[in-house]
Write a protein that binds this ligand. Sequence first.
Ligand SMILES: *[C@@H]1O[C@H](CO)[C@@H](O)[C@H](O)[C@H]1NC(C)=O
Ligand SMILES: *[C@@H]1O[C@H](CO)[C@@H](O)[C@H](O)[C@H]1NC(C)=O
Ligand SMILES: *[C@@H]1O[C@H](CO)[C@@H](O)[C@H](O)[C@H]1NC(C)=O
Ligand SMILES: *[C@@H]1O[C@H](CO)[C@@H](O)[C@H](O)[C@H]1NC(C)=O
Ligand SMILES: *[C@@H]1O[C@H](CO)[C@@H](O)[C@H](O)[C@H]1NC(C)=O
Ligand SMILES: *[C@@H]1O[C@H](CO)[C@@H](O)[C@H](O)[C@H]1NC(C)=O
Ligand SMILES: *[C@@H]1O[C@H](CO)[C@@H](O)[C@H](O)[C@H]1NC(C)=O
Ligand SMILES: *[C@@H]1O[C@H](CO)[C@@H](O)[C@H](O)[C@H]1NC(C)=O
Ligand SMILES: *[C@@H]1O[C@H](CO)[C@@H](O)[C@H](O)[C@H]1NC(C)=O
Ligand SMILES: *[C@@H]1O[C@H](CO)[C@@H](O)[C@H](O)[C@H]1NC(C)=O
Length: 834
Amino acid sequence: MFKLCGFQFLLVIQWAMCQNLGDLSLAGPLKDMNFSIPEGAGVRPIYQFISETPVIFRATGEKDGIIDIVPKTGMLYLNGSLDRETKAVHRLQVECLDENGDVVKGPYSVTIYVEDINDNPPKFDQTTYTGVVRQNSRAGKPFMYVHATDPDDPTTPHAQLTYSILHHFPNPYSDMLFQIDSTTGAISPSRTGSFYLDPQKQNTFTLVVAVKDMAGMTTNAFTSSTDVIINVKESLWKAPPTIYIQENSTETHPVNISQVHSNEADVIYELFEKEGLARFPFSIDRNGVIYVTEPLDREKKDSYLFYAVTKDSVGELVDKPLQIKVIVKDINDNPPVCENALTVFEVQENEGGGSTIGTLHATDMDEKDTLNSRLKFSIESQVPAVPSSNMFIVQQDTGTLQLMSSSLNKQTAANYSLKVMVTDADFQTICEVQVHVIDINDQIPIFEKSDYHNVTVAESIPVGTVILEIQATDTDEPDTGSSHIIYQVEEGDPNHKFIIETDPETNRGFVKINKALDFETDKVHNLVINATNPEPLVSGVQYNASSRTLFKVFVTNMDEPPTFQQPVYTANVSEDIPVNTLIVKAEAYDPEGDTVRYSLEGDVKKWLKIDSSTGNIYTASALDREYKELYKVDIVATETKNAAQRSKIPLILHLKDVNDNPPQLVTDYPTFFCYPVRGGEKALIQATDVDGHVYVPRITFSLGDDMETKKNWEISKVNGTYAHLSPKHGNFEEKVYIVPVIIKDSGNPSLENKVNLEVNVCQCSSEKSCYIKLQHENSKPSVGQAIGILLGVLLVIGAIIGGVFFHMKYKQKNEKKSQQKDAKDQTECVELNQ
Ligand SMILES: *[C@@H]1O[C@H](CO)[C@@H](O)[C@H](O)[C@H]1NC(C)=O
Ligand SMILES: *[C@@H]1O[C@H](CO)[C@@H](O)[C@H](O)[C@H]1NC(C)=O
Ligand SMILES: *[C@@H]1O[C@H](CO)[C@@H](O)[C@H](O)[C@H]1NC(C)=O
Ligand SMILES: *[C@@H]1O[C@H](CO)[C@@H](O)[C@H](O)[C@H]1NC(C)=O
Ligand SMILES: *[C@@H]1O[C@H](CO)[C@@H](O)[C@H](O)[C@H]1NC(C)=O
Ligand SMILES: *[C@@H]1O[C@H](CO)[C@@H](O)[C@H](O)[C@H]1NC(C)=O
Ligand SMILES: *[C@@H]1O[C@H](CO)[C@@H](O)[C@H](O)[C@H]1NC(C)=O
Ligand SMILES: *[C@@H]1O[C@H](CO)[C@@H](O)[C@H](O)[C@H]1NC(C)=O
Ligand SMILES: *[C@@H]1O[C@H](CO)[C@@H](O)[C@H](O)[C@H]1NC(C)=O
Ligand SMILES: *[C@@H]1O[C@H](CO)[C@@H](O)[C@H](O)[C@H]1NC(C)=O
């Protein structure tokens, strides 16, 4: 006979199962059975096998000195604690023998599955880790890993590890420079790190990395930590300095022009450009060597800007793009070019030596302001060479042609052909020039009329319209610069609203609108127009009043519609704004100064009204954000005298949500603490608010202010929607406590809600289950008695049936109450007969 003491006659119930476990008994006939028992549970009965005829029970198999059966009673029991990490499943055979030791029933297989509890802390593989990271490494790209193991059951949260960075030395910025992947332990630079890491400033960092089991979910998880030393190295990924390539190169292409190096191995180098070139003459190879693939032409494109990138095997960018700048260096590979195939100048017969005839223009495509494009002019030949062979001279650096002496004579030569040589450093080009000797300009243009009176035009007249034709005549040699006429507005048009074009055949002038007219600024333009020749007049002759004429332009007004001060009006109003509130002042004016009347269009809900004379818009009825958050109507402005002149612009009303819902506690899972309570444990509670998102993130939690609550509990904020509830001491009974919690949103005004939170203090088998004390023999568990926790966790292990323990009064005569040394554990002793 022996005695098992310290049984906790408690019924273990798991929340998820309690409903369909109603008829599960703890004694029954011998048959194949499976049990699931939490490890470390201690001495306890498991199940009683019952036989109608007296038999002796025998268990064989993996008893491991812990599991056995009482031969007479068939009580299967544990004589010690199971350890899942040692053995997760115990397979036994149980049979019934008669007095002679012959098997009369069985063997049956009885399997005991050891349920994991979180009894092992996670452990890092190394006590310290060292890693190297390069400056400018990509944020989130791991450069090292830490790893920890936990011997607990890998299918439960007990061995689900989460990593985090506890400390970061030094920590010079508000955000950490490194981050860790909570599940893989991968350490990578953060965004801040990717940007700010710099070995010149700080080349070593120490991180304290923590690992926590229970998937990081509850506060009674185990934690370990390790040191991670990180060395920062300079980035290899640097843009090369500007690359200079000489154009029109005769080297064999492609030519290596630079090389870039990624900080990471096995990357794919690529180039891309953003200029949209038809042909991109650069390439990069697998080692990052950049080539120019063909000779460049500076005259087509004198610089290139492109980017080198690195990609990983799935095409993700590894490094930030590097900007590569290439400048194409000029060589003198372009000859000078004459601006015109033939340049014609005119010179009056009487002009004197040194007078300027004109300037010959030539260009060179090579780089401006270098010797490659510096041009020099010289006269090669002059035909005819009469009266002398050097009638003209060209200025070497400007190409300006001048008359050498005053010996021109139309009778001798009316026409000279010159070949002017234009040279750069290497090339020369001949430009053809003709010089026509023309009659002297001794006649001025004379207008047919000295006054063209007036014309009346609407201010809306299109630009380019001809409003007047004018005519002057010049009796100098026809078709020369002495008789051609240029008309200009000499007075009355400071803003160049008019322009005059000349027909070269007839010298007729056309006055056109050059810019839009505006009645409101200029109702009349008094123009003075002059007529001149391109050739200068001979000395002694001057333009006089006959080369001028007058002209008036009257501008008439067009009735224009009113104009609003703004292209659109917007207003943000709360949906609960009272009727008759002024929300917007619309303002329009009429360019002609007429008074304006206002009205609204499209106010389908009749929410608004407008003061027709002031443009003030008021609410006319209750607004409702739930009908429409953005309500659009049109504001119309109409001229009082001419209702056809109207303008319309939108008014957009932005309706703001009003806080009309108090926050609520989320009670999807029960709140509990394991008995006995130590004080200081934390349970997470959550609240929500159905109002617009503006109010959600800031809910404040507080406790009801009765003495009892204040004495027992405290609440602390986690974030906008979560808080921790903690018992303040260890003196709690095993029962359901009602804790009044006040939750308040951040609306203005804010709304609050007082909720009676049920908090269970209960015996726990592990973090995922509670025991409830059974008051009476054979009483069945009800939902009300059961306390569940963390539904999500339960679902994981939902398939495993938890062990069920009954208060066993099967041997009344042998039962004897005894006092246990740990009084609050309320234990009892049972005598078992061997
Ligand atoms: C015990 O569990 C095993 C494996 O899950 C199963 O195959 C067997 O049918 C179960 N036996 C009983 C009696 O439930
Ligand atoms: C329980 O185990 C102890 C030693 O661990 C042993 O002395 C005792 O006999 C065992 N009792 C039973 C009933 O198996
Ligand atoms: C390419 O040129 C760069 C310098 O421009 C040089 O550093 C690199 O070694 C060259 N690479 C090869 C493969 O020639
Ligand atoms: C290259 O230079 C030669 C003379 O040096 C010239 O004839 C040729 O047009 C040039 N090519 C380009 C593309 O500029
Ligand atoms: C210039 O001379 C050529 C003949 O040398 C003649 O054909 C042409 O008409 C002349 N031009 C003028 C404007 O005199
Ligand atoms: C405009 O010109 C007409 C003649 O073309 C003349 O009769 C009239 O008086 C002029 N009007 C003004 C305002 O000068
Ligand atoms: C003709 O008018 C233009 C433009 O105002 C002015 O520059 C020029 O000097 C005038 N010519 C004469 C000869 O008055
Ligand atoms: C302007 O000069 C011409 C001669 O060049 C002369 O015929 C005309 O009368 C003059 N006009 C005035 C208004 O002086
Ligand atoms: C209305 O609110 C929106 C955002 O809610 C803001 O962008 C806009 O500037 C506000 N308009 C006015 C007139 O206050
Ligand atoms: C608030 O805290 C809870 C629990 O720690 C977490 O699950 C949730 O994501 C947090 N919410 C925000 C907005 O940070």
